[in-house]
Design a protein around this ligand. Structure first.
Ligand SMILES: Cc1ncc(COP(=O)(O)O)c(C=O)c1O
Length: 318
């Protein structure tokens, strides 16, 4: 587990980690009623700067999830950005950071949603979090017996704490069966995603990933790679349904997400993917991703928000 930070941000102010608490009667605690983001910031040694990757897109998705839940986000975009920056600065991080802005329902009833009926609050947690070893080694996977949350039941499009009950069931089942990470199919039996990342595979030189209508989270890393793989590597990315058996005959595969970054898949249900180790194209995609998030590709600099003010903030027009 990541080491605790010295501070958290809660409802408008920085508080010491131990004091960042909430009442056990809140809907957030009782039913996981929240919407959150998992964002990363990357340290650039050359620029002595920490850059948040695609912060605006994360907050846009947070608002999209809150809208579906009819939840009022109690702060403006500028206030949220300032809160994230102030927390990371206060923690003094000068290395990879993972942080979570969370908007939650306070105490109320299941029928309450109007601001006059139920308050919403917000907190942010930050952790120092280097990449996992799996980035290098790749992971063994299985097709989970659990199905991904359906859009008709508990939409995967909303990044809500409650949805991760589904991810946990799949994760634990996979681990007990000797695999590292499950791949979840949706209710239609098509590949959806991993428990905390989207899925991409390579067949015949093309990258293929399930569409946003496959009961997946609309991943910002997925969107980033769809654009960058085509623009920078000249390789076509196709968004289409994926059958289970295609997993057994693909040439390469990987998970992608802010937390999992680009994690190679070595096997599915004991079928080796390619040679059973991270593939050559997957390695190129990993390199491209890490170059982009660390600010080494000028064309994508507008996706980076500097934290300490040592590097200039760029817009898409720059
Ligand atoms: C279920 C799920 N799918 C996909 C992703 C990847 O989303 P993103 O690339 O925006 O981090 C995540 C990670 O946050 C996730 O939890």
């Amino acid at each position: 587990m990541a080491k605790n930070a010295p501070y958290a941000w809660m409802n408008g102010k920085l508080v010491p980690w131990e004091q960042a608490t909430m009442h056990i009667a809140t809907e957030c605690v009782l039913r996981g009623e929240n919407v959150f983001e998992g964002e990363r910031a990357y340290w650039s040694e050359a620029e002595q700067e920490l850059f948040i990757f695609r912060h605006a897109e994360h907050i846009e998705r947070l608002r999209q999830g809150a809208r579906i839940m009819r939840m009022t986000v109690p702060y403006s975009d500028a206030e949220i950005e300032e809160a994230c920056i102030s927390l990371i600065k206060a923690c003094g991080y000068r290395g990879p950071v993972h942080f979570r802005p969370v908007v939650y329902f306070d105490q109320g009833e299941l029928t309450d949603y109007l601001p006059s009926e139920i308050k919403t609050g917000m907190f942010i947690l930050a952790f120092s979090k280097p990449s996992t070893k799996s980035i290098e080694t790749g992971v063994s996977t299985c097709v989970s017996t659990w199905r991904r949350n359906s859009d008709l039941a508990s939409p995967s499009r909303i990044k809500s704490g409650a949805n991760y009950h589904n991810s946990r069931l799949a994760y634990i089942d996979a681990r007990l069966n000797g695999y590292q990470v499950p791949i979840l199919l949706n209710a239609a039996g098509k590949v959806a995603e991993g428990p905390g990342a989207c899925f991409m595979m390579v067949r015949k030189g093309k990258v293929i990933t399930p569409p946003v209508t496959a009961d997946i989270l609309e991943s910002i890393t997925r969107e980033t790679l769809i654009e960058a793989i085509q623009a920078e590597l000249g390789i076509e990315v196709i968004e289409r349904e994926i059958d289970r058996t295609e997993l057994y005959v693909c040439d390469e595969a990987f998970f992608c997400g802010s937390g999992h970054e680009v994690t190679p898949v070595n096997s599915v249900d004991h079928y080796d993917v390619g040679e059973g180790k991270p593939g050559a194209l997957t390695r190129r995609i990993q390199k491209l991703y890490f170059d982009i998030v660390s600010g080494a590709v000028p064309r994508y600099r507008h996706w980076l928000t500097p934290i300490y003010g040592n590097a200039a903030r760029k817009t898409a027009a720059d």
